[in-house]
Design a protein around this ligand. Structure first.
Ligand SMILES: Nc1ncnc2c1ncn2[C@@H]1O[C@H](COP(=O)(O)OP(=O)(O)O)[C@@H](O)[C@H]1O
Ligand SMILES: [Mg+2]
Length: 406
């Protein structure tokens, strides 16, 4: 693994779009089934394709929500126009708009550009050192795994984040868990997408973003992302979704499937009953487990999680937190975890960045103790509750003073 695979991925960046994925044809593998976003050629493309998929899913959701709101408004208006008449019962909203061919084409063009950027990024020592299991933090020559120095991102006249500055130490055999708390729209996703190297948040307008001492040049195998929207390739089975990154790395079918089965089980899914399912046959929690397995199987040094558990019911959420902590302990990556839950941020530890409202900047960095027991148990501890209370009070105080322009 490591340098060899990265070299291979970089070499294969020139394979024409639509060609069979590396590792497959020699083994008599059938070509990838058609469908959205299947068959990126390396991990950078894979990540960019997932990001595109995430945007597509979000856009579909927004379209569906907007259509439902429009329909509701129309039916309310109709009811108002007929005083005394009962409003017609709400029928299911229209199906989400299917992605158009031209939109898919645009995304693919984007992933191709990202793929080229990655070929460059894979050539860096930091990326090479992190291609596989041998990604021991001890090998890192740089004391910090992620550094932001006065990072500002603007879109036209609008400033999304301003002068964001922090350093996360690269502690050998123990990655840092960094939670990011802040109001909606303050730039939390912008920050972690800048680390991932994902457009349009990447590149920063001003300032520097370093990963293991190297400027981020685009997506890379040293950084894995778990999106909020349960991103999965809907035409691939759970097994092939989890094995996806290995396929992009050129790992043969048998090995990648063996490793994918191992990870399916590690994230709490059943190999027997879930591996052959398609994503639409799974619950939200199960789909997010697939996304986590797909990211962790590649053993990235940095894992970027954008409100991954935000839409889950509380019991599923605490189980997912426990699972994440167990996997994090085993693999020791540095994790950036965006959440709106103070409890979740305190539970996961080690550091919480509290962001101001837009334009986002770090108002405070708080250290919290590491999780020593399962989430539900820990949340019953008086010390834990005190800490949550203190952080809530701190956020309130920071927000009111930043609103007052202090
Ligand atoms: N591509 C874009 N173009 C214009 N504005 C954007 C773009 N992406 C994000 N923004 C804006 O930047 C701000 C920060 O966005 P984001 O990082 O997604 O916030 P958060 O994740 O904290 O909710 C928001 O006001 C958002 O509307
Ligand atoms: Mg966000």
């Amino acid at each position: 693994m490591g340098a060899t695979d990265d070299d291979q991925a970089a070499d294969e960046a020139g394979v024409p779009a639509g060609a069979a994925a590396p590792g497959g044809p020699q083994e008599g593998e059938p070509p990838a089934r058609p469908g959205r976003a299947s068959g990126p050629r390396d991990e950078a493309e894979a990540l960019a394709a997932l990001a595109a998929l995430e945007r597509e899913i979000s856009a579909e959701k927004k379209t569906a929500t907007a259509a439902a709101a429009q329909k509701k408004a129309a039916s309310e208006a109709a009811a108002d126009a007929r005083p005394g008449a009962a409003a017609s019962p709400e029928v299911a909203g229209p199906a989400p708009a299917a992605p158009t061919a031209s939109a898919a084409g645009t995304e693919r063009a984007g992933t191709e550009r990202a793929g080229k950027a990655e070929a460059q990024a894979a050539a860096t020592p930091a990326a090479r050192a992190t291609g596989g299991k041998a990604a021991a933090p001890a090998a890192a020559p740089h004391p910090y795994i992620v550094e932001f120095d006065k990072v500002t991102k603007t879109y036209g006249d609008f400033t999304a984040i301003r002068d964001v500055t922090f350093k996360i130490e690269d502690v050998p055999n123990r990655g840092e868990m960094v939670s990011i708390l802040g109001p909606s729209g303050c730039g939390k996703s912008t920050v972690i997408r800048l680390i991932a190297g994902l457009a349009p948040q990447f590149p920063a307008t001003r300032g520097t973003v370093l990963c293991a001492g190297e400027p981020v040049r685009g997506p890379g195998p040293d950084r894995g992302m778990v999106f909020q929207d349960y991103t999965s390739f809907d035409n691939r089975s759970v097994l092939d979704n989890v094995a996806f990154g290995l396929e992009c790395r050129g790992v043969g079918r048998r090995e990648r499937h063996d490793r994918a089965r191992h990870w399916i089980q590690k994230v709490g899914l059943s190999v027997k009953s879930d591996a052959d399912k398609l994503p639409h046959e799974l619950s939200g929690g199960m789909r997010q487990r697939v996304a986590i397995a797909r990211t962790l199987i590649l053993e990235p040094r940095v894992i970027l999680m954008d409100e991954p558990f935000g839409a889950l019911d509380p019991p599923t959420r605490t189980r997912m937190q426990d699972n994440l902590v167990a996997l994090w302990r085993e693999q020791s990556p540095t994790v950036f975890f965006i959440t709106h839950s103070v409890e979740e941020a305190v539970y996961l530890g080690d550091t919480i960045f509290i962001f101001s409202g837009s334009p986002g900047t770090i108002l405070k960095e708080v250290r919290t103790p590491p999780p020593t027991k399962p989430s539900l148990e820990m949340q019953r501890d008086p010390e834990f509750r005190d800490m949550v209370f203190e952080i809530r009070a701190l956020i309130e105080k920071l927000e009111s003073s930043s609103r007052a322009g202090d």
